[in-house]
Design a protein around this ligand. Structure first.
Ligand code: AHM
Ligand code: MG
Length: 337
């Protein structure tokens, strides 16, 4: 907060970041468009059934998942808000089979990837959901990007962020210079800096995993969770707590705030598909944020942001959160591999 008692707006924060980078302001303007999409989705989520936003569409997305009305509306909003700004060469969405093209007259130099409404199984029960996005540079000399142009490892991300539509709507963002959190003032319609320079607490007593998959897990994950559950009677010599919202954005946001580890590991149920969560729309942007906040993100066997993607909708095992915990889980994998 400033001496006057006023908080910095997201726009002012981004302009300061742009000066630091000596950028031209393109990313700042692009993010303003992304924020318009997020603010509008926040409003839809707020109104729920009043906005006719709940329920299913009766359609399936490219992943073969039943689409909720809000999945479809959020996807349309992201595309609409980000097409004519002139900053994007193309978009890719978890809800779309192929790359979303940007008409030639509007084409810019960045690529935007997004999961417009993550955790959509929670929409109809009025539990937190979120949006996740990742920004890459369009490779030089590409007029109209195709899927291959998006297949860049997470280390190439220019920016990543998520918006959690919870009791309050919060945006958490990184441009590679730490992580900052903003809370939306619904009356003013603006995000204000409320959580500067977020760092993941190192000390933790919490884990987040879907325990119903326990019988399908691999030995290293079984061992880690088993040791946590043993509490003061086991090798960790402390009691752990478990939380699972089943909205990655909400679960990761809790870990950003309180520390801990979030896992959707490879298991017998997800092995055929390569994992449950999507590399380009979920794992990479969240990994960028987690690493920038001092945490760690791994498949259990390699750093997620180093993975060279093979396809746009690729799935991947995810283990992220407080560094020492993730290191421990990776070491358990090393011991058996
Ligand atoms: P979605 O993008 O279709 O909403 O699916 C991703 C979500 C994540 O937010 C969450 O961590 C996970 O799926 C929950 O999976 P499960 O229902 O198996 O617990
Ligand atoms: Mg998702």
């Amino acid at each position: 907060m400033s001496e006057t008692g006023y908080r910095k707006t997201l726009t002012h924060f981004l302009i300061e970041e742009q000066r630091r980078r000596q950028g031209e302001g393109v990313l700042t303007l692009l993010l303003a468009d992304v924020m318009t999409a997020c603010k509008t989705i926040s409003d839809l989520v707020d109104h729920g059934e009043l906005a006719g936003a709940l329920g299913t569409m009766g359609t399936e997305n490219v992943q073969g998942e039943v689409q909720k009305k809000l999945d479809v509306q959020s996807n349309e909003l992201f595309k609409f808000c980000n097409t004519i700004g002139g900053h994007l060469a193309g978009m890719a969405s978890e809800e779309e089979d192929d790359v979303v093209t940007v008409p030639a007259e509007y084409r810019g130099r960045y690529l935007l990837l997004f999961d417009p409404l993550d955790g959509s199984s929670n929409i109809d029960v009025n539990v937190s959901v979120g949006s996740i996005f990742s920004i890459l540079r369009c490779p030089d000399g590409i007029e109209q990007p195709c899927a291959e142009d998006f297949l860049q490892p997470g280390v190439e991300q220019v920016c990543a962020g998520y918006t959690v539509y919870g009791p309050s709507t919060m945006l958490v963002i990184t441009t590679g210079n730490g992580v900052n959190g903003f809370t939306m003032d619904r009356n003013v319609g603006e995000f204000f800096l409320t959580h500067p320079d977020m760092k993941i607490p190192e000390e933790t007593k919490e884990f987040a995993i879907n325990m119903s998959n326990q019988r399908h897990w691999e030995a290293p994950v079984k061992r880690y969770i088993d040791e946590c559950v043993q509490g003061t009677d086991g090798p960790r010599e402390k009691d752990f707590n478990m939380r699972w919202v089943a909205s990655m954005v909400a679960d990761v946001h809790r870990i950003m705030s309180r520390g801990g580890v979030f896992m959707y590991p490879i298991c017998n149920k997800t092995r055929e598909k390569g994992g449950k969560l999507r590399l380009m729309y979920e794992a990479n942007p969240m990994s960028f944020i987690i690493e920038q906040a001092g945490g760690m993100s791994s498949t259990g066997r390699e750093r997620i942001m180093d993975v060279q993607p093979d396809e746009l909708h690729q799935r991947i095992p995810v283990i992220l959160g407080s560094k020492a915990e993730v290191e421990r889980i990776v070491s358990y994998h090393d011991e058996v591999d």
